[in-house]
Design a protein. Structure first.
Length: 200
């Protein structure tokens, strides 16, 4: 099996958020983790304004910070690939944490492997359910409070909460066209460039 011709279908679910926010994608197994981060940002509709980490078991990958006072330094996501996580940990489920304040935990299940396939045109968004919550509203608990407040005109924080997100926020309506375009733009951007051959 050549890693360069192997892809994997992943199901990514935003943990503890109702209604369900889920994306299903096909990505190359050799996709670097910093690029997987950008793929998930595009597929979910996040704004990429916060830090992130991937983790499987006790191992974490992210952007190392020399000024970090925390106990651990993540391994460099710019130097690790999705297949490295699988090879190093044997994990079939990986977590992607976005925004350390709100702690949006995405559960990534590796669903199906495709050997001897082209990875051109990947990443590819296959399925999208549920709209990703507005950022900076307090993670999953804040999302539940936000939906409760904007859905009830009599809620004491109705007007204030409406200002936290788009004017008409419906958690069930996904702008699939925009998400497809965002993921496709990454696929085009990362396409291997063929070297021009000089005429002899």
């Amino acid at each position: 099996m050549s890693l360069n011709t192997t892809a994997v279908r992943i199901k990514v679910t935003l943990k503890d958020v109702k209604p369900e926010v889920m994306r299903r994608l096909v990505v190359p197994v050799t996709l670097r983790l910093d690029r997987l981060h950008l793929t998930l940002q595009a597929a979910f509709g996040w704004t990429n304004n916060h830090l992130f980490e991937f983790f499987a078991g006790e191992v974490r990958w992210g952007i190392p910070d020399p000024h970090n006072d925390y106990e651990h330094q993540p391994m460099d996501a710019n130097k690790a690939r999705l297949c490295d996580i699988v090879q190093e940990t044997g994990a079939k489920t990986i977590h992607y944490l976005y925004d350390f304040g709100d702690s949006w935990d995405h559960v990534i299940k590796l669903e199906k492997w495709f050997d001897n396939t082209t990875t051109e045109g990947l990443p590819l968004l296959l399925e999208a359910a549920g709209r990703c919550p507005p950022e900076d509203i307090g993670g999953a608990p804040g999302s539940a409070e936000y939906l409760g407040a904007i859905g009830d005109p009599n809620h004491p924080e109705h007007e204030q909460m409406r200002l936290c997100g788009p004017e008409r926020f419906d958690p069930n309506v996904v702008d699939r066209k925009a998400l497809d375009a965002a993921v496709s733009a990454l696929s085009d951007q990362w396409k291997p460039r063929r070297r021009a051959t000089r005429p002899k």
